[in-house]
Design a protein around this ligand. Sequence first.
Ligand SMILES: Cc1cc2nc3c(=O)[nH]c(=O)nc-3n(C[C@H](O)[C@H](O)[C@H](O)COP(=O)(O)OP(=O)(O)OC[C@H]3O[C@@H](n4cnc5c(N)ncnc54)[C@H](O)[C@@H]3O)c2cc1C
Length: 403
Amino acid sequence: MSHVSTSKQYDYIIVGAGIIGLALALKLTRRFSNPKILIIEKEPAVGLHASGRNSGVLHAGFYYSADSLKAQLCVKGNKELRAYCKEKSLPLNECGKLVVASYESELPALRELHRRGIVNGAQVELISEADARKLEPNVHTCGEALYSPHTATSDPARVAQTLKSDLEKVGVEILCDCRFLRHQDNVIFTSQGTFEAGKLINCAGLYADKIAQQFGFGMNYTIIPFKGLYLKYKKNKSDVRMNIYPVPNPKYPFLGVHFTKTVDGTIKIGPTAIPALWRENYAGLKGFDLGEFFDIGMWESRLFLSNAFNFRTLALTEVRKYWRSYLIRLSQLLIPNIDPHGFGDFAPPGIRSQLLNVKTKELVQDFIVEGDTKSVHVLNAVSPGWTCSLPFADYIIDTFLHA
Ligand SMILES: Cc1cc2nc3c(=O)[nH]c(=O)nc-3n(C[C@H](O)[C@H](O)[C@H](O)COP(=O)(O)OP(=O)(O)OC[C@H]3O[C@@H](n4cnc5c(N)ncnc54)[C@H](O)[C@@H]3O)c2cc1C
């Protein structure tokens, strides 16, 4: 096969120019001398999926149990990404965050978040209702709140663009409009020809499971996409000062509808976690794929009928959030006197690449990375994947790519 022998060769080929692929390339250039790296991205630009469509919150690291990779990476990730934003003069809103208990029954879970935060090395403080109101005058909480001073927000699309230009300056090739199709040993077939990879690293987000399975990895998993809608609050930027979150349901890997104070001070509520019907099911029929529709529909129907991990309740509750009045009512649990008429349009949604373990029929909570000496596959890079991206890249290098 003549095209195989004439393929351009790289030490590392990374599939996907989201934050994980970009951060990994950055760390490879910093840790090895002159690595030859190619990133292939099927879209015309970097960061067009989850990495450019998320809340932009640098999480502080108190949600995750200490034995998880999320716990190991989040505190460090927050620090490194904040430092990167500062070094690159990217906007950063270091306004902090309050987690509030809308009902007294949520107080034990709130205290558990505090305990986890301390164990994980995050800076967190349990404060009284009165102190919470000093920070956020309109907030409602039952007696106590959790204060996280290190939660911040930045602009995820600008972070991705800045990483891209940093990488190009040090010789990393980023090939957009180039889709990974298949592989044969170390030869990678793409929509723009073939390349040879010393190692392939799959950071393909919503398609990471499909690519991993071509290499014999990720066989216990499939991605169930969940859509995150946001609603903008237009009335008054000063009506909410910081990020305000409810106590999450520990059964689900989602944090619940919350107020995000974006980097320019804009307020938005969301994101939802509505089961999507195909992987890139952002709006209308865009990105529709019949095969995905049947496959995902089959899984969602099975989970709905068996009510595995309370999926039926989750799906029915989440679908109601398409109605802005319901979404607004949820936000009023956190800030009761927010003006319901002050909300504007929905902002562009993001879709979570949430992994389902097909054997146990459970949503996977932690990041998963599988691989061998030839290929590595990043699965379930869900929230707080954006925050964790830089130390996550170190973890991947240390575990799978070290000489
Ligand atoms: C609604 C929402 C809110 C979130 N909020 C936060 C938050 O506030 N803080 C936080 O830390 N995390 C947050 N996250 C999580 C965070 O966005 C993700 O963890 C992170 O973006 C994952 O990055 P990624 O590079 O793995 O995926 P992606 O950004 O999806 O990148 C994968 C890339 O692979 C490309 N690709 C796919 N298939 C192929 C192929 N065959 N060939 C070539 N390229 C391919 C895609 O086009 C895409 O660009 C949120 C996520 C969502 C959806």
